[in-house]
Design a binder for this molecule. Structure first.
Ligand code: ZN
Ligand code: ZN
Length: 259
C-alpha cells in the first residue's frame, strides 16, 4: 500500500511541477480552530490501455490530498480520481434522504449538508481532464469538498451515541465506514481519541523546515510523523507537494498524528 502510494506520488511530483498555481489554499486563520482540513498536494496522470479503444489508451488524473483531522488526531495522504468523488457525492445525496426522518442525527445532517452544498467541480469532456487548468481547478475544489468529507467522518466517529436508536446508530456507522474507506484513512488511526504516545514527538522544539518553534501561539498545528519528527502543518503540506518523506530523516511518511 505504502509502496504503491509512493509510486503514484513520485509521478505526481513530476506532473505537479508543470501545473501552475497548485498552492495550498488554506489560510492561516483556518488553523485557529479544530476543524478538519485538506490540502491539495498535486495530481498524477495514469494511463490505462483498454481493448477496443482505437486511441489505445485512456488517461485520467489521480488527485493527491493530505487530510488533517484534529478531532480524531490523525493525518494521512490519500489519492482519488474525480469520478470517485462524483460517484460518492451521488451516494451522499441518497444517504441524506435516508437520514432526514431519523431522530437524533442533527449533527450528521449538518455535516452532510456541508458536503452537499460545497462547490463541486463540473464534469468535463474526457479530452480536457488532463489539462493543467482543469487539474488545478479540480484540485482546489476537491480539497474543499474532501475537507467536508473529513468533517463528516469526524462527526461519525466522535458523535455522542447515547440514546440513539438502533436505526440512527446503523446510519452513523455506515457513513463513518464509507468515509474511512473513501478517504483511505489508515486502519490503525481510525478510532483514536487520544494518540499520545503512538507517535511521540521528539524533544526538538523547532520546525526544521521554517526554523520557527512548533506549538507556539499563532502557529499552524503540529503534525507528528511515524519517525517521531514533527513539523508545522503548512510547512509539511508544502513539502509533501514534492515527496511524501520526512524532511529531516527522509523516512517515508504517509500518515501520522496531530499533536
Ligand atoms: Zn514550520
Ligand atoms: Zn523523520
Amino acid at each position: 500500500m505504502i509502496t504503491s502510494l509512493f509510486a503514484v506520488y513520485m509521478t505526481s511530483a513530476v506532473i505537479a511541477a508543470k501545473v501552475p498555481s497548485l498552492k495550498v489554499h488554506v489560510p492561516k486563520a483556518a488553523h485557529a480552530h479544530h476543524l478538519p482540513r485538506v490540502h491539495g498536494l498535486g495530481a498524477a496522470k495514469t494511463t490505462t490501455r483498454t481493448k477496443g479503444n482505437l486511441a489505445g489508451a485512456d488517461s485520467f488524473m489521480s488527485y493527491v490530498l493530505l487530510a488533517v483531522c484534529p478531532r480524531t488526531k490523525a493525518w494521512w495522504i490519500f489519492h482519488r480520481r474525480y469520478s470517485h468523488f462524483h460517484a460518492l457525492r451521488k451516494e451522499l445525496v441518497t444517504l441524506r434522504r435516508l437520514c432526514q426522518p431519523v431522530a437524533g442525527l442533527q449533527c450528521l445532517l449538518r455535516a452532510l449538508d456541508g458536503a452537499l452544498t460545497a462547490a463541486f467541480p463540473r464534469k468535463r469532456l474526457l479530452v480536457t481532464v488532463t489539462s493543467p487548468t482543469v487539474v488545478a481547478e479540480r484540485l482546489h475544489s476537491l480539497q474543499l469538498f474532501a475537507a467536508q468529507l473529513t468533517l463528516l467522518r469526524a462527526v461519525c466517529s466522535t458523535e455522542e451515541t447515547k440514546g440513539l436508536t438502533h436505526e440512527a446508530l446503523g446510519i452513523l456507522h455506515h457513513i463513518g465506514a464509507l468515509m474511512d474507506s473513501f478517504l483511505q484513512a489508515p486502519a490503525h488511526l481510525r478510532h483514536l481519541r487520544n494518540t499520545e504516545g503512538l507517535f511521540k514527538a521528539s524533544s526538538k522544539d523547532d520546525c526544521s523546515i521554517c526554523l520557527e518553534p512548533v506549538g507556539s501561539d499563532w502557529s499552524s498545528p503540529t503534525l507528528v510523523l511515524p519517525c517521531h519528527h514533527r513539523f508545522h502543518e503548512l510547512c509539511l503540506a508544502k513539502w509533501f507537494e514534492t515527496e511524501p518523506t520526512c524532511p529531516l530523516c527522509r523516512a517515508t511518511a504517509t500518515h501520522g498524528t496531530v499533536a
